[in-house]
Design a protein around this ligand. Structure first.
Ligand SMILES: [Mn+2]
Length: 270
């Protein structure tokens, strides 16, 4: 079984409760999911109380699941870029910005940056975060943090995209880091009148039958208040699944099981 969760934004207790509810975590906060797979779709940091605790929990579960024959992965979200960019560049101005006012420090401050997270970010955290993938193809599901086609600017395959972003994050070129932050912050690529076509074109290039993403509150697609959200949202003709319940806005932490049982799976392709 493969589960996804995302956009925890420092709300580690919400994550613990949701993983327990999904029977992936026991009462001692240890992995009890056996051979199950869990992918964390990014945005562990900012807005909430303890982004570092979220990262530490994910990393511990990664070790424990590995030992149990399971698997835990995490994807880079725009807030990982923001937290690392703040750490690396602070208030250095982005020179490609002609207004000359942009910096990671400014964006961090207006996007829920937490001093507490910055103070406790270690070299070990930074090395782990810099090595994360941005795109994972898992069976029929293409897992992304953000609902954007901007990933395709880095390459034509998941491997190319992951390598290209890792290369940017391994370096210290502010302009290229800033480009990463901007691209991974865009959204709603699959929600327009032609969203199904846009999603299909992305799937044709990168593989998979369905895009699974976080980043944009489900409530902003449905017009609900985040507190009314109870599950993931399938849209774009079934080609996209939004899983961000909107914890940062008072919504639930959704741990979503990606069901693809052979006997119940309907063919998506014509
Ligand atoms: Mn995001």
């Amino acid at each position: 079984m493969h589960y996804v969760v995302g956009d925890v934004h420092g709300h580690v207790e919400h994550l613990v409760a949701a993983l327990r509810n999904a029977k992936l975590l026991d009462s001692d906060r240890a992995w009890c999911g056996g051979q199950a797979r869990l992918t964390v779709l990014g945005d562990c940091f900012d807005r909430g109380p303890d982004g570092i605790a979220v990262v530490d929990l994910v990393r511990r579960l990664q070790d424990q699941a590995g030992t149990a024959g399971g698997r835990v992965d995490a994807l880079i979200g725009n807030h990982e870029i923001l937290a690392l960019g703040m750490n690396l560049f602070g208030d250095r101005l982005v020179s490609s910005d002609l207004g000359g006012r942009r910096s990671f420090a400014r964006s961090w401050a207006v996007n829920g940056g937490q001093v507490h997270d910055q103070e406790r970010l270690t070299d070990d955290h930074i090395a782990w975060l810099r090595g994360l993938d941005s795109v994972i193809l898992a069976g029929p599901d293409l897992l992304l943090h953000a609902d954007t086609t901007e990933y395709l600017r880095w390459g034509d395959t998941s491997e190319q995209i992951n390598d290209a972003i890792r290369e940017v994050l391994a370096g210290d070129d502010l302009e290229r880091w800033w480009e990463c932050w901007v691209r991974l912050t865009s959204r709603y690529a699959f929600a327009g009148f032609d969203g199904e076509r846009v999603a299909e074109e992305m799937l044709d290039r990168l593989g998979g039958e369905r895009i699974v993403h976080g980043h944009s509150f489900i409530s902003t697609f449905t017009g609900q208040d985040p507190s009314q959200v109870t599950g993931p949202l399938s849209y774009a003709g079934g080609r996209a699944l939004a899983i961000d319940g909107g914890i940062a806005g008072g919504g639930p932490c959704l741990v979503v099981r990606l069901d693809h049982e052979p006997e119940t799976n309907q063919p998506h392709r014509r």
